[in-house]
Design a protein around this ligand. Structure first.
Ligand SMILES: Cc1ncc(COP(=O)(O)O)c(C=O)c1O
Length: 384
């Protein structure tokens, strides 16, 4: 039976297996490391929890269904997911990466992956011709985030998938910012989707998690071998927290998006604010692409203030809004990319991407938007 995305957040497409779990409506936490065998060659289907655990499998089925993939892997963090992905490649392989990526991804590529013999070209992936120019004989993949962190650039997933496949490359999309609720890159031609499950999927700023989803059987088999071998699968209790978080993904995404649009429009009226970057605003360069490839604009927005002192005072004065790293939870967070998420990105790359000491990133939560705006208004008045 085909079911809608809100139902998919709560129920498996092929039905909930109540018989196997005493009718438990909340899926049980199988807190076990290992599984007894009834005889040689007789397995319950589970042997050891590094390979698989029923609670993890339940979560993975839900995420695969939300992303329209054939398989999903649940890992201990977004970075664990991206690190595992890099194990699909070999020495001398070349990967084209979006220039405005989460700073932790850039750090992984530039340090660990380069040490292991991979090479990277960083380019603005909203520019298809520029991406094409970077392809060499050794190129194996294009790796993007869309929208990007923190400058909210929007790439055309269909066009990049077409370019990738014409050149026998994989297209990998970090779909953290919109979540599967608003965007399904596999449906647009991507080969692999990656998520920081810590963000919208978990949704409560309380659990680290990561996901890889694919609709390619060979990639799924390779990743299953890697998760078994490297041991970065998500623990049963954290899987349960993610299963619980995903149940409210739809209502959280919609309410946070509604708040983000109101805040973006209000920020535009503030003299202290010099730029508002939110793809739900019609003037955003990615607005029309998102209208074609996504079902929403999300709740991440970035804005610039007149001077560094204003940015720092804003961070120190907010109380309801928390000055913290991370995003995608029910609480509104403000982040200072230059000293937090992007602290280790080289200054010339930050400058190229337009990230300055006046740049603030907001992950809008689900509070009353009037309260969020009232707090920002109070703080802005104190800055003048
Ligand atoms: C877009 C994006 N991808 C990946 C990650 C890494 O995820 P995690 O913090 O769960 O390791 C982050 C973290 O902020 C992120 O913003």
């Amino acid at each position: 039976m085909s079911i809608g995305i809100d139902t998919k957040c709560l129920h498996l497409e092929d039905g909930d297996d109540l018989d196997a779990n005493y009718g438990a409506v909340s899926y049980p936490i199988y807190q076990t490391a290992t599984y007894a065998h009834f005889g040689v060659g007789k397995s319950t289907g589970y042997d050891y929890s590094r390979l698989q655990n029923p609670t993890r499998k339940q979560l993975e089925k839900i995420i695969a269904s939300l992303e329209n993939g054939i398989d999903a892997l649940a890992l201990t963090s977004g970075m664990a997911a991206i690190s595992l992905l890099m194990e699909l490649f070999r020495q001398n392989d070349h990967i084209i990466i979006e220039s405005d990526l989460y700073g932790g991804s850039t750090r992984l590529f530039r340090t660990v992956s380069e040490k292991n013999g991979l090479s990277f070209s960083s380019v603005d992936c909203t520019n298809i011709e520029a991406v094409e120019m970077c392809i060499t004989n050794n190129t194996k993949a294009i790796y993007i985030e869309t929208p990007t962190n923190p400058m909210i650039n929007v790439a055309d997933i269909r066009a990049l998938a077409e370019l990738a496949h014409r050149n026998r490359l994989l297209l990998i999309v970090d779909n953290t910012f919109l979540s599967p609720y608003f965007q399904n890159p596999l449906d647009l031609g991507a080969d692999i989707v990656v998520h920081s499950g810590t963000k919208f999927l978990g949704g409560h700023n309380d659990t680290l998690a990561g996901f890889i989803v694919t609709n390619n059987q060979k990639i799924s088999d390779d990743l299953r071998f890697l998760i078994k071998t490297t041991g970065t699968g998500l623990a049963p209790f954290d899987c349960w927290l993610l299963i619980r978080g995903v149940k409210t993904l739809g209502i959280r995404m919609k309410k946070a998006q509604e708040n983000a649009l109101k805040i973006a429009e209000w920020l535009k009226t503030q003299p202290i604010v010099t730029k508002v970057i939110y793809p739900g605003l019609p003037e955003h360069s990615g607005h029309s692409i998102l209208k074609k490839q996504a079902r929403g604009f999300g709740s991440m927005l970035t804005f610039q203030v007149q001077k560094k002192e204003f940015a720092c005072s804003f961070l120190e004065k907010v109380k309801l809004i928390k000055f913290a790293e991370s995003l995608g939870g029910v609480e509104t967070l403000v982040t200072y990319p230059i000293t937090q998420t992007h602290a280790e990105v080289p200054p010339e790359e930050l400058a190229r991407n337009g990230i300055t000491d006046c740049t603030l990133r907001l992950s809008v939560g689900i509070e009353d938007s009037d309260d969020l705006i009232a707090e920002m208004e109070k703080v802005f008045n104190e800055l003048k």
